[in-house]
Design a binder for this molecule. Structure first.
Ligand SMILES: [Zn+2]
Length: 85
């Protein structure tokens, strides 16, 4: 038998064995890190009036003008908005 083929077969058998029997130890479901858990209700998409990009509300910058709250993707957009009129 070609030795390379033998090695490939051995690796395949090893992987098959791992697949069938090696999973018992890592049966626990992966737990998300606490800082990665976000409440979906808070993560509403809001539109940046300057560049028309949608940004998650939790990450957006906000500015209140004439009693209305506007959300921006970046400080640059916020400044551009405030520089208008
Ligand atoms: Zn923007």
């Amino acid at each position: 038998m070609n030795p390379v083929r033998f090695i490939v077969l051995a690796v395949l058998f090893y992987l098959l064995y791992r697949l069938l029997f090696g999973r018992k130890k890592d049966n626990l479901p992966p737990k998300p890190a606490p800082d990665q858990v976000e409440s979906p209700a808070q993560d509403v998409l809001v539109q940046d009036p300057v560049c028309k990009t949608y940004v998650p509300k939790s990450q957006a910058l906000h500015e209140t003008k004439d009693g209305k709250t506007y959300y921006f993707c970046s400080e640059e957009c916020r400044k551009r908005f405030l520089d208008q009129d």
